[in-house]
Ligand binder design. Structure first.
Ligand code: HEC
Ligand code: HEC
Length: 320
């Protein structure tokens, strides 16, 4: 009897953990804060059980049915167009529905990416990079891009391109953010209950406004990104002027207000920890092709502090 209880609770626990999110290592010893690697010690986190709801939605779900990556909840179906099966999941179709990590709103969780409103060509190019391994994400997008048909990639790209991003993250400068850990379920960085604060050091500490709502994939529940004092002003100078040859002013290619230009994606209002991870990955050789080669020039001379500052400033801008 006792064994069954243990087996059952383990099964419930692992229902929230995607098998595709393992193994969990930081490439080439890059800074672990940017990669949301679950901590060994796991303080208690949110544990959705039974029938669950989120504020403002009339819908309710059985927590067990929306756990995992096959059947993401669609809390606000009126806020988007008809979703392709690859995005929303469907019996017998997607083991890895895009909406489970990127949400139905596209403004995904920071260990994944905000893909709302990305240009279709850019989106498809990234899927091809993941498929070929040029852009590295061996545990998630690599295998997903290999498994998805070209037709499904196009449909998902068109679905997400049509979505309008809204402000999803608030950037706060502080020397002492809350003490956090990365929870195994969903790989979200969340505050340690009753854990007080700790020095920020040279990091971006990004946490959900409400860890339970984030775990329930509520697209209306956003994030707070804590960044070191002075980051936003320092980032603004680098972004606008290039910092006397250290980098290149971003607006030249990403458009006025960094809201995207042609095939070059919007970066304004993206989540700082995601932005920093992309800049670090580009600097360390992930991604290929002529478009990414432009970005490699942009990041070549940036220090980790510069990247944190740029990500803090860009993340603080309105996405639309
Ligand atoms: C298990 C979680 C997960 C699922 C499911 C998932 N993704 Fe992703 N996706 C990620 C992660 C993580 C990244 C960021 C990888 C990185 O850091 O480079 C990402 C990045 C992307 C990007 C690049 C975004 C950019 O701005 O460059 C695209 C495009 C994308 N995903 C599309 C998809 C599509 C289409 C699907 C469904 C077929 C999908 N994803 C399913 C986790 C996921
Ligand atoms: C010379 C043109 C150019 C400049 C200047 C430039 N970028 Fe880019 N950036 C690009 C292109 C092109 C891509 C898309 C690369 C691809 O398709 O793989 C890109 C992609 C990115 C991405 C990945 C977006 C995503 O959704 O994952 C980030 C982040 C980024 N740029 C940040 C910046 C920042 C910050 C600056 C200024 C410091 C900047 N870029 C300056 C051309 C540029």
């Amino acid at each position: 009897m006792k064994t069954w209880i243990v087996v059952l609770s383990l099964a419930l626990l692992f229902a929230w953990v995607s098998p595709a999110q393992t193994p969990l290592t930081v490439p080439n010893g890059l800074p672990s804060w940017a990669f949301n690697i679950p901590d060994k010690v796991q303080p208690p986190g949110p544990e959705p059980k039974g029938i669950v709801r989120v504020p403002g939605s009339p819908i309710e779900y059985d927590a067990a049915k929306i756990a995992g990556n096959a059947n993401p909840p669609d809390w606000f179906p009126n806020e988007h167009g008809p979703a392709p099966r690859i995005v929303k999941g469907e019996a017998g179709v997607a083991l890895m529905a895009c909406g489970s990590c990127h949400l139905m709103s596209g403004q995904g969780h920071p260990e994944a990416a905000d893909i709302a409103g990305l240009p279709v060509e850019y989106f498809i190019r990234q899927m091809n990079y993941f498929k070929s391994g040029a852009r590295k994400d061996d545990s998630r997008m690599g295998p997903i891009a290999k498994a998805v048909s070209d037709e499904d990639v196009r449909r998902s790209a068109e679905y997400y391109a049509a979505l309008k991003p809204s402000t999803f993250v608030k950037v706060i400068e502080t020397a002492t953010p809350p003490k956090t850990y990365v929870n195994t379920a969903g790989r979200h960085r969340i505050p340690v209950p009753g854990g007080g604060t700790e020095p920020i050091g040279s990091r971006i500490i990004q946490v959900p406004d409400d860890p339970l709502r984030t775990q329930l994939r509520d697209p209306h529940s956003g994030y707070i990104a804590y960044v070191p004092p002075g980051s936003i002003a320092k980032g603004e100078a680098l972004v606008k002027t290039g910092g006397s040859g250290k980098t290149i002013a971003c607006a030249i290619c990403h458009g006025d207000d960094l809201k995207g230009l042609g095939e070059v994606p919007r970066i304004a209002g993206m989540q700082p920890v995601y932005l920093a991870r992309q800049l670090i990955c580009l600097q360390n050789g992930s991604s290929a092709g002529t478009a990414a080669a432009l970005m490699k020039k942009v990041v070549a001379k940036l220090s980790e502090e510069d990247i944190i500052a740029i990500s803090a400033y860009v993340g603080s801008l309105p996405p639309q």
